[in-house]
Design a protein around this ligand. Sequence first.
Ligand code: ZN
Length: 409
Amino acid sequence: MAETIIKVDLSKSAYDNDMIHNRWHPDIPMVATVKPGDDFIIECVDWTGGQIKNDDCADDVRDVDLTQVHFLSGPVGIEGAEPGDLLVVDILDIGAFPDSQWGFNGFFSKQNGGGFLTEHFPEAQKSIWDFNGMFTSSRHVPGVEFAGLIHPGLIGCLPSKEMLEEWNTREKALYDTEPDRIPALATLPYADTAHMGRMPADEAKVAAAEAARTVPPREHGGNCDIKDLSRGSKVYFPVYVKGGGLSVGDLHFSQGDGEITFCGAIEMAGWIHMRVNLIKGGMEKYAIKNPIFKPSPITPKYDDYLIFEGISVDEGGKQHYLDVHVAYRQACLNAIEYLTKFGYSKAQAYAILGCAPVQGHISGVVDIPNACATLWLPTKIFDFDINPGADGPNKELDGSIDIPLSKDK
Ligand code: ZN
């Protein structure tokens, strides 16, 4: 049995656990050391550190403190790892805790976080998903059940000092182009709620003011939210500091491509079993700038899809030039409108796209002026036929069930 090298207690604050941190900084001390070839288990709180509860009220999503996220377990040092190496991580298994067999999905209020479709869903909403072994279903979204494609939303190594400076410089420059924007253009360093792990208090005070927030994915991987980085996959991470400093968190039971609802996938606390190895000098040997990975040999087998197209013409009819973001948004909106014809509320349809193993594809980026994106909705996650037919939509869902909504204060 592999050793559990980082433990969490869900009844306590993540700030009380010095094997957890919520910022990226090269000087965050390693909390454990492993050798190449070792396998080990790391426990994780959910990305918000327990701010979201298993209940039928979305006030916690509305009022969430997003400056606290993401709570990560680590960093773990790997003996012999040096800048320029590749850290090879086998994700051997992931699971929820036996006494915490549930996860949440929500839409942040536009005033506090927003999301991909925040103009259409400006208020906070939340659905709870129960885990039934390898499957999940929600009391707030009838008619769907699917197998979990379980994965860490966030995993990566500590940045070097130079890399951190580069992140801060470029993100601040973007932020400054529209500093009053809601939601903001970037999440800048914020010392007040930083948790710097085992860093001594005086040192942490200085470092927290420049430590990078965990929200965006960056060169080291980080918050990539790739659903296919699931158990059984093998990831190659660039190493930037001595020891590597591997941290992980934001475990997802399942997620659709894009994590469009932002709060988030099906978010959960749990454990991850990993094995590490090194490829010395691997970054240069293989010209690696961002992580690469191999998919799992085991994935839920959904091979029938209803596929929605979207082009880069926005909701107001405005033409955009090869804008994949606009095109994918249209594909998602088209899928949502379609699902409402079967009795789903728009919020339920949005939650399905955020939670289920939905695929998103960039289908065309050269046919000026329109990019084409497609959203692949697996048909077998529904317990009724969602295909179009001559008789029209064939199922009326119980309209009394919906996703809890909390109005802005
Ligand atoms: Zn997440």
